[in-house]
Design a protein around this ligand. Structure first.
Ligand SMILES: C[S@@+](CC[C@H](N)C(=O)[O-])C[C@H]1O[C@@H](n2cnc3c(N)ncnc32)[C@H](O)[C@@H]1O
Length: 261
């Protein structure tokens, strides 16, 4: 009697739904797992983009502080003129058009790892007729394809709190690497955890924030200046803290760091 032995089929690995957002990327554009896993619904899904990419939506998410922070960020940039700017990842709402129209930047290098975000950015840029100002490309902020000291200023707008610590530190190193001595690194993001703000004090609110934003808890408790110092030192640079603004009883902050010449 002939016996047939069925070839053992290799066990199929169960795919998580968010992994579809990692497919189809090559080694130059690998989608970070933290982004696909935790933020697919906000930044990678077409429905998420349609829902969230409106100034009034971002303003709600940032508890009414968005317009003020975006406007102050652009004013801070506009203290200088005819400079080159790296906008380290796209952001929803009005920040990209405002940077194009009001920041006094001569050339803006805008990049993001997500193609869908770059397409959104391109739409806003075309709508604003600021195509001449922008160079838009796909890149991971942890390994920016710009030369050392390529730009005068770098802007990191609400990106850091969405990154795991190791990515955050790589992004900071990259920001100091690409920014010239005499230039500025500008950061808008959540402020450190306080003892007084209700959203920090009450576990109920804290848990909601930390549930939706899995790396925010670490960012709240991190010593950002220490991390910035280490990042600058890794590039043989140092900096002086410049303007600092805090919003809504120290829930958000806008920071300027000037790299020493
Ligand atoms: C800058 S944050 C902005 C968040 C804020 N809620 C807003 O829209 O104003 C979100 C962007 O960062 C991008 N992003 C996240 N990790 C990245 C990385 N390592 N490199 C490049 N872009 C990244 C996401 O694709 C998304 O477009």
């Amino acid at each position: 009697m002939k016996q047939t032995i069925a070839a053992a089929s290799p066990a199929k690995e169960k795919k998580h739904h968010w992994q579809i957002y990692c497919d189809g990327h090559n080694s130059q554009s690998v989608m970070p797992e933290y982004l696909a896993k935790n933020y697919w619904w906000a930044y990678l899904s077409p429905i998420g983009v349609r829902i969230f990419d409106h100034p009034f939506m971002v303003n709600r998410i940032l508890w009414g502080q968005y317009h003020k922070i975006a406007s102050d960020t652009v004013k801070l940039l506009a203290k200088e003129s005819d400079y080159t700017l790296a906008e380290i990842s796209c952001a929803y709402g009005e920040i990209i058009p405002k940077v194009g129209a009001e920041s006094n930047a001569e050339q803006v290098y805008l990049f993001d790892i997500a193609p869908i975000q770059l397409r959104q950015a391109q739409k806003k840029i075309r709508h604003n007729h600021t195509e001449d100002k922008f160079t838009v490309f796909q890149a991971n902020a942890e390994a920016i394809p710009l030369k050392d000291n390529a730009v005068d200023n770098s802007l990191i707008f609400f990106l850091l709190h969405e990154l795991p610590v190791s990515s955050r530190n790589k992004v900071l190193k990259e920001a100091f690497r690409i920014t010239k001595p005499g230039g500025r690194v500008i950061i808008a993001d959540y402020a450190p955890k306080t003892e007084t703000h209700w959203f920090h004090k009450l576990a109920f609110f804290r848990n909601i924030f930390e549930g939706l934003e899995p790396f925010l808890g670490n960012f709240w408790r991190a010593d950002l200046e220490k991390e910035l110092k280490a990042a600058a030192e890794s590039q043989g640079k140092s900096f002086k803290a410049g303007e600092k603004k805090f919003y809504w009883h120290n829930f958000y902050r806008l920071l300027e760091f000037r790299i020493d010449k």
